[in-house]
Write a protein that binds this ligand. Structure first.
Ligand code: MG
Length: 217
């Protein structure tokens, strides 16, 4: 059973993996995407989950796999139709993740109006760090994070710049899906996405509290 780990060593079995797309205007613009009136939601299979101690194996069916550094939520309390005011109570922890994307396949799928599962859900495409317990992040709506590739800063994330903020994401997702304990929610990537190459090292940080490192085979 795939699981995530907290920094205090607890583990939690992963249920669904939800992802929000186009949640930062500058990233939507860099891919030439419109910002939709409702969040773009897609899912990854749990077989996509991968931890820092597992080396990323780029899939052979793509020639252009992009990193997308994201803040990841883990649900600790199930709910349907969660109210905005209660949304943060349902979040058990905050982590960092890579929404790895076979951009060539995704672009082809988008042109044909086809689903993104093959481009977004391959083995290892949902990389996650350990998770900070929620009480260690008292101001999640103001959280910031960063991503470096081979020591060069590529992405800066700032939750205050999200088009759909964390309470709205919880409210919206739970209006369409029952959120379950162990669900992961990738909250969208800021601008600065780019391709990964064999041998790359990706490092990420959340506030001054959590660091993660992912190696590409
Ligand atoms: Mg993404």
């Amino acid at each position: 059973m795939p699981a995530i780990r907290f920094t205090d060593h607890r583990e939690l079995a992963v249920a669904n993996i939800f992802c929000i797309g186009r949640n930062y205007a500058a990233h939507a613009a860099e891919l030439g995407n419109r910002v939709e009136p409702e969040p773009v939601v897609f899912l990854k299979p749990t077989s996509a989950l991968q931890h820092e101690d597992q080396v990323i194996a780029l899939p052979t069916h793509s020639k252009e796999v992009h990193y997308e550094g994201e803040l990841v939520l883990v649900v600790g309390k199930a709910g349907k139709h969660i109210r905005r005011e209660a949304a943060l109570e349902h979040i058990a922890g905050y982590g960092l993740g890579l929404d790895l994307t076979a951009r060539d396949l995704q672009t082809a799928a988008k042109e044909k109006g086809l689903p993104w599962s093959v481009a977004k859900g391959f083995d290892g495409s949902a990389c996650v760090s350990r998770f900070l317990p929620a009480q260690m992040v008292p101001q999640p709506l103001e959280a910031t994070f960063w991503l470096d590739v081979n020591g060069t800063r590529r992405q800066d994330g700032d939750c205050t710049l999200m088009i759909y903020d964390l309470p709205y994401i919880m409210e919206y997702l739970s209006s369409r899906f029952t959120l379950q304990v162990g669900d992961l929610i990738y909250t969208g990537t800021p601008a600065g996405v780019g391709p990964l190459q064999s041998g790359d090292t990706v490092e990420m940080g959340l506030l001054d509290k959590l660091n993660a490192r992912f190696m590409v085979a």
